[in-house]
Design a protein around this ligand. Structure first.
Ligand SMILES: *[C@@H]1O[C@H](CO)[C@@H](O)[C@H](O)[C@H]1NC(C)=O
Ligand SMILES: *[C@@H]1O[C@H](CO)[C@@H](O)[C@H](O)[C@H]1NC(C)=O
Ligand SMILES: *[C@@H]1O[C@H](CO)[C@@H](O)[C@H](O)[C@H]1NC(C)=O
Ligand SMILES: *[C@@H]1O[C@H](CO)[C@@H](O)[C@H](O)[C@H]1NC(C)=O
Ligand SMILES: *[C@@H]1O[C@H](CO)[C@@H](O)[C@H](O)[C@H]1NC(C)=O
Ligand SMILES: *[C@@H]1O[C@H](CO)[C@@H](O)[C@H](O)[C@H]1NC(C)=O
Ligand SMILES: *[C@@H]1O[C@H](CO)[C@@H](O)[C@H](O)[C@H]1NC(C)=O
Ligand SMILES: *[C@@H]1O[C@H](CO)[C@@H](O)[C@H](O)[C@H]1NC(C)=O
Ligand SMILES: *[C@@H]1O[C@H](CO)[C@@H](O)[C@H](O)[C@H]1NC(C)=O
Ligand SMILES: *[C@@H]1O[C@H](CO)[C@@H](O)[C@H](O)[C@H]1NC(C)=O
Ligand SMILES: *[C@@H]1O[C@H](CO)[C@@H](O)[C@H](O)[C@H]1NC(C)=O
Length: 640
């Protein structure tokens, strides 16, 4: 095998915006063999002229058990200030508090994810400092850095993160709303370019869970309710991130959460014991597999099992990461996936998160020891433990003869092969000045900004009130955003709805704050507004014609707003300026989005739905695919 040349779908992007990885020299020859290099001063696995399989064999033959164990973990670390390594202690290893450095130099980990945001230059400098540290280890194995999605305007910490300097798109629901695989591929190609520039080589996406239970807490980062639409989106994303083959300019993808985390009982999130069950009472497990089959066929490199456990299937009622019939039986043997399976974060160890100790997500096997959990996860067929650093457990399993060392070799080989394919052994540093130039450049930022506008989904437009045409003297009232955005457009703003000719109301889909601070990051519970809120909205609607804009991170239940508001938009993460550009049809911007899910009419209908069954909400308020256009003849190309 040789590394493919870096020439594929980066052609979508003007050359001046490509990160410097484009100039990396591919390993094309594969002519040398280890024996001809016996006398060379360079170790065979560090020699770029050798074939990957030979380099892998060489490296594996040199590794100690501890070095192998280190490869089987990926842990979140913070990017330090000013491009330096973070020196605060943040993770407990038995009785010791550790900082970043010993994870690399003592625990011998070489996979990390980073979720905080620094400037592009500082991210790149930090990445280089991490690679320098890895060069100090015996084998000099380069580090692979992963990230949760960080390109959405709306942020949910823990599943998508602060975008900082990166270009800002809507959440993936908004990409789905545009129904355009070419745009989805361009989105991924832009994210890839910005990642490459700062040294992020693994994307903890696409998230292809189907929103068959509308309360599902992580709906915002999915592609909605429909399996075929999601399948077409995941194929486009994998192509955009990885290219036709994984290579020097690829970002590897982690498709999640197998076999689909949509059927969450009551929508409760599976990070927490109250959300541990996926229920399949409609017998629709196969429907949730459709996008995973597409991801596998498209060459998606990594798959992450869901935290949840299945209820109502032929499979054991234990969390998917522990579930051998699901991981080895269904995913590997039936669906033919031979890539890397990385567990979701924290299956073994209880850990303090935001000041509260959260239990390990060993759903259905809570009473096992940590050692037993580690063995079960390996036996299930998982290659890497997410969010853990418990290398000593694997060493002990092998030393006690509970797991053969060859079992570790199977996973280590896949993980290291990926590093070779990404070119990390040969080209591990990035250029911080180039990162500053590439990340959030005007071209990428513009495509992100435009996508925010295009994804707007117009749900109602009474009497064709939209687009608005502000004439002199027209007065506006704003609620839910800063009226200075209107004043910046030289519009007249008043302090009360009764004085206004038009009112704006920006909302988010309701949710219930429950439990620990970490749990409150995941929006669970009811999807409707309470009586107090409804009364306040209604008073506004009665006082003046109101244009409502609601962030649909889940399908809101808002029949009263659809009835009473003058117009109603759904967005999936968009700036105030994007909203106003669409309202006023500025520069021709208009809503092009189509709903990626059904919007239920009532909470009673939500509760009557079967969690795993798509499109079973009774008499939906708006159906999947709904989305109006501007009808008025004057609504195109107006320079507002
Ligand atoms: C290695 O070097 C020795 C001494 O210089 C030489 O005799 C031998 O042929 C070399 N082996 C290879 C494989 O080049
Ligand atoms: C980061 O750099 C800025 C500017 O050079 C400096 O003022 C600040 O003290 C630095 N912070 C740390 C923690 O080094
Ligand atoms: C962390 O420690 C290293 C040396 O161990 C030092 O170079 C670096 O500046 C420190 N970072 C901060 C933010 O203090
Ligand atoms: C680890 O550090 C945290 C603060 O970062 C502290 O609260 C905790 O007591 C420390 N634990 C140990 C065992 O040192
Ligand atoms: C989904 O795609 C499959 C395979 O292409 C096709 O048979 C099926 O009719 C599609 N379903 C819908 C609802 O479009
Ligand atoms: C979901 O969470 C709510 C609130 O904590 C709880 O009342 C409910 O029982 C949970 N559902 C399940 C199935 O555990
Ligand atoms: C774990 O043990 C507790 C009692 O110690 C028991 O109530 C519970 O049912 C057990 N859970 C499982 C999954 O076996
Ligand atoms: C994108 O939108 C942001 C506001 O959200 C604005 O500050 C920025 O200038 C825009 N960039 C481009 C290139 O249009
Ligand atoms: C609204 O924006 C203005 C101008 O940017 C700013 O001065 C003011 O503090 C903002 N108000 C709020 C409530 O954020
Ligand atoms: C607002 O009015 C000022 C003064 O007439 C003008 O300079 C500015 O360009 C206008 N801004 C917009 C967005 O029209
Ligand atoms: C309604 O929801 C708001 C939050 O938007 C909350 O502050 C208020 O207490 C709730 N009222 C009732 C009656 O539940």
């Amino acid at each position: 095998m040789h590394i493919p040349s870096p020439s594929w779908s980066r052609l979508l992007i003007p050359a001046i915006f490509l990160s410097p990885w484009a100039s990396a020299v591919p390993c094309s020859s594969c002519k040398a063999t280890p024996s001809t290099l016996q006398n060379s001063t360079i170790l065979p696995y560090l020699d770029p002229s050798l074939c990957i399989q030979d380099r892998l064999d060489d490296l594996l033959s040199r590794m100690t058990l501890e070095e192998k164990a280190g490869q089987l973990f990926i842990k979140q670390i913070p990017a330090g200030v000013n491009g330096t390594i973070d020196n605060t202690t943040f993770v407990l290893d038995g009785t010791r508090n550790l900082t970043t450095a010993p994870l690399i130099t003592e625990k011998l980990l070489s996979h990390f994810n980073v979720n905080n945001a620094r400037s592009a230059k500082q991210m790149a400098e930090w990445h280089n400092a991490i690679q320098e540290l890895a060069l100090q280890t015996r084998l000099k194995i380069p580090v692979t850095i992963a990230s949760d999605p960080r390109h959405a305007f709306a942020d949910t910490v823990g599943s998508s993160i602060a975008s900082g300097q990166f270009s800002k798109f809507p959440e993936s629901l908004g990409i789905a709303a545009l129904r355009d695989p070419a745009l989805a591929e361009l989105y991924a190609a832009i994210v890839r370019e910005e990642y490459l520039a700062v040294g992020i080589r693994s994307a903890l996406q696409p998230q292809i869970d189907l929103v068959t239970e509308p309360r599902m807490a992580r709906s915002g980062q999915t592609f909605g309710e429909d399996a075929n639409l999601t399948a077409s989106m995941v194929v486009a994303l994998i192509k955009g991130f990885q290219g036709p083959e994984l290579g020097l300019t690829s970002v590897t993808t982690v498709t999640k959460h197998f076999p689909g985390a949509g059927p969450a009982r009551n929508g409760n999130d599976s990070h927490f014991a109250t959300g541990k069950d996926n229920t399949y009472f409609g017998d629709f497990l196969d429907y949730h597999l459709i996008p995973f089959k597409a991801a596998i066929a498209a060459g998606g490199r990594q798959i992450m099992p869901s935290y949840a456990r299945p209820i109502g299937t032929k499979y054991p009622e234990v969390a998917f990461g522990f579930n051998k019939p699901v991981i080895t039986g269904l995913l590997r043997e039936e669906l033919g996936f031979d890539g890397i399976v990385v567990s979701d974060w924290g299956l073994i160890t209880d850990a303090e998160i935001m000041g509260v100790v959260e239990p390990a997500r060993a759903w259905g096997v809570e009473n096992t020891t940590e050692l037993e959990r580690a063995k079960m996860v390996l036996d299930a067929g998982v290659d890497q433990f997410g969010g853990e650093i418990r290398t000593e457990l694997l060493v002990r399993l092998v030393n006690e003869g509970q797991i053969p060392e060859s079992r570790l070799d199977v996973s280590v080989r896949k993980l290291l092969e990926e590093k070779f394919m990404l070119g990390l052994f040969d080209n591990r540093f990035v250029n911080p000045e180039a990162a500053e130039r590439v990340v959030g450049n005007p071209y990428f930022a513009r495509i992100g900004n435009e996508t925010q506008r295009r994804a707007y989904t117009l749900l109602t437009n009474q009497a064709d009130i939209l687009p608005l045409r502000p004439k002199d003297g027209v007065k506006f009232y704003a609620q839910g955003f800063n009226a200075s955005y209107l004043e910046a457009r030289n519009l007249t703003v008043v302090d009360s709805p009764s004085e206004a000719d038009f009112c704006f109301l920006r909302l988010s889909t309701p949710w219930e704050a429950r439990g620990s601070p970490f749990r409150q990051r995941y929006h669970e519970g009811r999807l409707d507004f309470n009586e107090t809120e409804k009364a306040a909205h209604s008073a506004l609607f009665k006082a003046c014609p109101t244009i409502v804009d609601i962030l649909l991170d889940r399908p809101a239940v808002i029949p009263e707003i659809a009835e009473e508001a003058a117009a109603l938009f759904g967005n999936y993460g968009a700036s105030v300026d994007a909203f106003l550009d669409v309202v006023f049809n500025k520069d021709g911007w208009k809503p092009e989005g189509k709903l990626p899910f059904d919007m239920p009419r009532s909470m009673r209908a939500v509760e009557a739905q079967v969690a795993d069954v798509p499109f079973d909400t009774e008499d939906p308020l708006f159906e999947f695919g709904h989305g109006l256009s501007y009808n008025r003849a004057d609504s195109c190309g107006w320079k507002g």
